[in-house]
Design a protein around this ligand. Structure first.
Ligand SMILES: Cc1ncc(COP(=O)(O)O)c(C=O)c1O
Length: 440
């Protein structure tokens, strides 16, 4: 059996990764995020749980507070001044989201509660109308539960067959050779994650879109981890629908969106019934509004939607190319420094120099330690990372683990914070090793 001492002698850590300059974007933006300026457990907060939810800049906090302080009112329903202003701001938010994702028609943006609701909406409308027994839906083993369970429910109702793209043999990304073998004339829908919330791998969306077109299948992309971090342009992406959640791109929680090609949305019957989504209502039947109103039954999350619009505008004002470039830098630094901590550290997903790169998140495990223990000790040092299955249980089974810890960076994180995280992780490993009387 190898001891820690032996392992460490055998392990020649790679040369330290060059640190991104702390005069870069991260440092420049921090003062706009009041929450970051605090201590947690007596140490400066290092917030590295951005893949779960991001923090909000002052521009978003101000938009929320202005809505409630100055013009709070219901939308689409009143002729009075406050209602007109609320409606105008709500619809402006839709246009801002459309702008962020390159949608030319803002009526293609449906406001939902989150990405999960957006996927359920497609499953319960287009899915119910178009999927029959024996039809095939291609998903992958790396999907978030939000992109697995709605299709399982649909398959149970319709008798459709679910096919799952597996991982490459090195288990770092989706196996496109396997994907090819799953395509058939029975394929009606392909629904895949654009950027994995665990592996950080980036889907070859152009290839998948071309394949979907070839077999006449519809394509949904789960863009929860791409829209916040990189340019996503629906006019060239080739998808029929994309989904994302505001809380992951600097906006409020409780709101997200479904983008769909207009003719596809127009072909979809309503899901939830109620106010706002109708044209005319009689006692025994109703006629329905065109999209997007058809899919927005009831009073929406008005202030939150306006906040989501402010977040979309704020990101666009930075430039998504610039955001992506900085995240590549900080993400590579995070990956390299974390990988160099110890040979007992496994970081999942591709290397940063993989052809399509990787997201600025690292799910990892330390051999002999439980991910939750690692995260708990990191929290004592003021470092917030997530632990668990990250709503991707099937993927963790593929990786042969029940859970992982995950450090995920965003535009306001700095190299100094990555250093603080790495130092806290080294202390954590040492703490448990000492407690166990040597190597775990
Ligand atoms: C890849 C991915 N898809 C879907 C979701 C679900 O997002 P929400 O819970 O905001 O609907 C998440 C959230 O973690 C995610 O990372």
């Amino acid at each position: 059996m190898r001891t820690l001492a032996q392992t460490e002698t055998e392990f020649a850590p790679p040369a330290p990764a060059p640190a991104p300059s702390d005069t870069g974007l991260g440092a420049a933006l921090r003062s706009q995020f009041p929450i970051l300026d605090q201590e947690v457990n007596g140490r400066p907060l290092v917030y590295l749980d951005n893949a779960a939810t991001s923090q909000k800049p002052r521009a978003v906090l101000d938009a929320l507070s202005r809505c409630y302080a100055e013009y709070n009112s219901n939308v689409h329903r009143g002729v009075h001044t406050l209602s007109a202003k609320a409606t105008q701001e709500y619809e402006a938010a839709r246009a801002k989201v459309a702008g962020l994702i390159g949608a030319r028609n803002c009526r293609e943006v449906v406001i939902t509660r989150n990405a999960t609701e957006a996927i359920n909406l497609v499953a319960n409308t287009w899915g119910e109308q178009n999927i029959k027994e024996g039809d095939e839906i291609i998903l992958s083993v790396a999907e978030h539960h939000a992109n697995l369970v709605p299709w399982q429910l649909l398959a149970a109702r319709t008798g459709a067959v679910l096919r799952h793209v597996r991982l490459t043999p090195d288990r770092t990304q989706l196996d496109m050779d396997h994907f090819r073998t799953l395509l058939s004339p029975r394929t009606r829908l392909i629904s895949l994650v654009h950027v994995s919330n665990v592996l950080g791998c980036v889907l070859d969306a152009a290839y998948v879109a071309e394949a979907a077109k070839r077999v006449g299948a519809k394509l949904l992309l789960d863009c929860c981890q791409s829209v916040p971090h990189m340019p996503v342009d629906v006019s060239t992406l080739g998808a029929d629908w994309i989904v994302a959640s505001s809380h992951k791109f600097c906006g409020p929680s409780g709101v997200g969106f479904l983008w769909g090609r207009y003719e596809v949305l127009e072909s979809m019957t309503p899901w939830m019934g109620g106010g706002e989504m109708i044209a005319d209502v009689y006692l025994d039947h109703s006629t329905f509004a065109p999209p997007p109103a058809r899919f927005e039954a009831g009073t929406p999350a008005i202030a939150e939607t306006i906040g989501m619009g402010a977040a979309a505008d704020w990101l666009r004002s930075l430039g998504m190319d610039r955001v992506h470039a900085y995240e590549n830098e900080i993400g590579s630094y995070l990956y390299e420094r974390l990988s160099a901590v110890s040979p007992r550290v496994t970081v999942y997903g591709p290397k940063p120099d993989a052809p399509r790169g990787r997201a600025s998140l690292c799910a990892f495990n330390v051999e002999g330690l439980h991910a939750t223990d690692v995260s708990t000790l990191l929290d004592f040092a003021g470092v917030a990372v997530r632990s668990g299955h990250h709503c991707a249980q099937p993927l963790h089974r593929e990786l042969g683990v029940a859970a992982s810890a995950r450090a995920s960076a965003y535009i306001y994180n700095t190299a100094a914070e990555v250093d603080a995280f790495v130092e806290a992780l080294q202390d954590t490993i040492k703490f448990f090793d000492d407690a166990h009387g040597g190597a775990a």
